[in-house]
Write a protein that binds this ligand. Sequence first.
Ligand SMILES: C[S@@+](CC[C@H](N)C(=O)[O-])C[C@H]1O[C@@H](n2cnc3c(N)ncnc32)[C@H](O)[C@@H]1O
Length: 554
Amino acid sequence: MTRLDFRGKEFVRNYHMSIPFHSLELQEGLSLGDDGFGGNLILNADNLLALKALLPHFANQVSCIFIDPPYNTGNENWIYNDNLNAPYIDEWLGNTVGIDDGLRHDKWCAMMWPRLWLLYELLSPDGSLWVTIDNNESYRLRAILEEIFGEAGFIAEISWCHTDSSANNARQFSEDYNTIYVFSKNPDWRPNYLAYPERQTHYENPDDDPRGPWFDGRDVSNPARRPNLQFTIPANAFMNTHSSHHLQPCVIEHGPIESPANGWRWSMETMEGKFATGELRISEDGTRVIKREYLREMAGLAPSSSWRPHFENGEKVWRTGHTRGAKSQLKRLFPERATADLFPTPKPVELLNYILQLATRPGDLVLDSFAGSGTTAHAVLEMNAATEDDARRFILVEMMDYCNTETAERVRRVINGTNNFDPIPGTFSYFTLGPALDAENILAGEDLPPYEQLGQYMYNLVTSEILNPETIDAENNYLGGTENTHVWMIYQPNANWLKSPEAALTLDFARQANEAYPGSRHIVIAAANFVGHKRIRDENLQIEFVSMPYALFS
Ligand SMILES: C[S@@+](CC[C@H](N)C(=O)[O-])C[C@H]1O[C@@H](n2cnc3c(N)ncnc32)[C@H](O)[C@@H]1O
């Protein structure tokens, strides 16, 4: 595979693995409702840390990820502030990315790499990731995505016409399109097929067929060789005309119609029925059988990868919206603000709505980790309001202080309604980042996390699976498991206790675990291990010891 090289790549390659887990702290005063992790979430944090913090709760669970990261145009003020401890990267720390420093693209790639890896880990096996970008970084982004998802993970490169007016002052080309990449862990991933009236204008109903608009469509010959369906249709065999569904005597003037080479699609009897309803008819020259394809029977079409306005009944229709419209949507939600004070680069709700239609089903989880003005949440809420099905849920992440005043405030206004908008039912929980669950914090004896919280992180760390909190039994040091594997954690949030022999894996504990679930594999997370390999082998104990992620006895 062709790989993209960028400065700093060797340092960020596995960086996502070393980022410490953080707890997430609920801000009740900024939330609407109290559904917690079971409902919609808005996180005010750098997405590098936020995505890692989400992993223990949502790894492999997110069906649709939409991100609209900084395009790196040189005019934005995105800050490269990842705390990477490498000399090359140190010199970038805290730097606002400028257009002239020669490292602009490297920094952008180094910023995106670990975040895309974390998004990959959150994406469900049959989910899809959608990323908008323009020509400043598009080919680099695609190369990074192919490295993470593999070439087979590439699903589509969509051209989205984002403007309703070309730039008359452009020197070379008016850049009217953004690119949207679609990737999936599943190379056979398919979008939902939708109805596209503009691509179905060839359906008409000139003869008032009661089954609605139709066109002369599909082949009537069998795709496979079917000797039992090879028969000749005799002259005068059926009752209908060649031009209408109304029943009239059919006269085949040019004699019988021979079978296609493979045979017909249907038996003689079925064809008689179809001739009687007008679905099949004989061509005017009497040599062919023609089938009507009805619009109402169409299950939908695969979407085009070119998203631009189309005409319906002479009207220009912007199914995926445009940037100017997105700004006026915001203006209507925040009428008291001057236009210059509105979030400058929102995407239109229509764009997100269309992506949700293509990529989600009822009950799905949707994540946007570059949330900006919160368009994704707006679209999810609108979609939920329009259907009786299970609600889709959203998770937004925005690092800037305006997460409360722009991102969450927009969602509040959508839910509560404004003078210009009717309220749409919904709730969300607002979180900020808590302390890191790392060695330093834990050894300092401060902020020792409760059993359930550390248990969820450790369980995810050792199994890459999500722990069902209901299976946690702290008294018996049990976290949970599957049919064949059980995970135990010997832990109390007490620094002195953790340094005592009680916090170690002992032979008694190993035996009891084996007796509780005989024949299973047992993973035991503890501060120390007092059981030797020989004993485990001699007693045939299915025990694997995993050390707590900090050096208690150092
Ligand atoms: C192009 S805007 C997204 C606009 C959004 N799609 C909308 O419709 O409003 C990118 C957003 O990502 C945020 N962002 C940039 N880097 C981030 C990071 N590391 N973590 C979280 N948010 C970040 C920026 O603050 C900005 O609000």
